[in-house]
Ligand binder design. Structure first.
Ligand code: TRP
Length: 331
């Protein structure tokens, strides 16, 4: 059997170039490897935990699907679906919930962070905790175990969830599976290129919550230029020598260019290139890669029926795997 990898993105916002460089681009590269079978999905059930605005959730789900396809994911070759189109996932979620210790959930970072924030604000510890948030890791385990993924490329913040998924899988196997015929593969978190972290406008990790992002497709070239104009630099003038490591501009440039190009860019800064010129070069560089994709993105966003068709076909494909496993588990 081919090795399987699986990636999900929670559908609560629009994507930025940090998501593109850190997750989407490497995932698409991996999806072309003939020795690997990959699964990509929009985690919209997880989205409900953080976002109770139906319109925003629906829009984000569309934007993220269109982004994957525009960036070059081939839905014929991979399994590409919406989590909520796979009814077997919530069913598996329940089977797993019944073998998951409450103590395991008590230790989950997202839950603990919510409790800490509530206590710090003088509220009841569980004031902001829904059962969705509390049991988030079980649903994530169901996503992964449903397709027996061997590898899940995740960032640092998701490592604990992978540990929990392994834990739950072992318990379930131990309780129910015949000896030597486990139902679930224990998934591995993989890092490497898939967890490259891009700095944002202010040098901290590019993240919605820091409000320091460069949008990927939304807003077009104008939004790209506008965000780039806000990248923090010092106030050295054109002609003055600049330290290429004094700003995130250079790192972002690097993510879109060859080592040669990036070397030339750094040398030009040292030789006195103005920050304005550097920003223009960066915008051109990024646009050379994502501009053609943006056209496809805009096309898909204005043809929701095509997007829908692709997603439903993907769900049918995914359900073949899901139903087969579910039948065994029901027994
Ligand atoms: N929790 C992930 C995130 O917030 C999204 C996600 C849901 C996911 N289910 C998954 C990622 C399964 C990988 C595998 O980024």
């Amino acid at each position: 059997m081919k090795k399987r990898t699986l990636t999900g993105i929670t559908t609560t916002g629009t994507l930025h170039i940090g998501n593109y460089v850190g997750a989407i681009r490497p995932a698409i590269r991996d999806s072309r490897n003939p020795d690997v079978q990959s699964f990509y999905f929009m985690a919209d059930l997880h989205g409900l935990i953080k976002c109770q605005d139906p319109e925003r959730l629906a829009k984000s789900r569309m934007q993220i699907s269109a982004t994957w396809l525009a960036a070059g994911l081939d839905p014929e070759r991979v399994v590409f679906y919406r989590q909520s189109d796979i009814p077997e996932i919530p069913l598996l979620n329940w089977l797993l919930t019944c073998v998951t210790g409450k103590g395991l959930m008590n230790r989950a970072h997202a839950y603990k962070a919510s409790v800490d924030a509530a206590v710090a604000a003088g509220k009841e510890p569980d004031a902001d905790v829904t059962m969705g948030l509390y049991c988030y890791p079980v649903l994530m385990a169901a996503d992964i175990l449903m397709f027996n993924a061997n590898e899940v490329p995740v960032g640092h913040d998701q490592l604990q969830h992978l540990e929990i998924a392994r834990d739950i899988a072992s318990t379930f196997n131990y309780l129910y599976a015949p000896k030597n015929k486990p139902f679930f593969t224990l998934p591995q978190a993989t890092g490497g290129s898939a967890v490259e972290v891009l700095p944002g406008l202010d040098g901290r990790k590019m993240s919605k919550s820091y409000n320091n992002v460069i949008p990927l497709f939304e807003g077009g070239r104008a939004a790209l230029d506008e965000a780039i104009s806000r990248i923090v630099t010092d106030s050295r003038l054109p002609g003055e020598r600049k330290d290429p490591d004094s700003t995130s501009l250079t790192v972002i440039y690097e993510a879109f260019s060859t080592p040669e190009e990036s070397k030339t860019f750094r040398e030009a800064l040292v030789a006195g290139m103005g920050w304005g010129e550097a920003k223009k070069q960066l915008a051109d560089k990024i646009d050379a890669e994502i501009g053609p994709m943006r056209e496809r993105y805009n096309y898909l966003m204005s043809h929701p029926e095509e997007l829908e068709d692709t997603l439903l076909k993907g769900a049918a494909k995914a359900r073949v795997y899901a139903q087969e496993l579910m039948e065994k588990l029901r027994e």
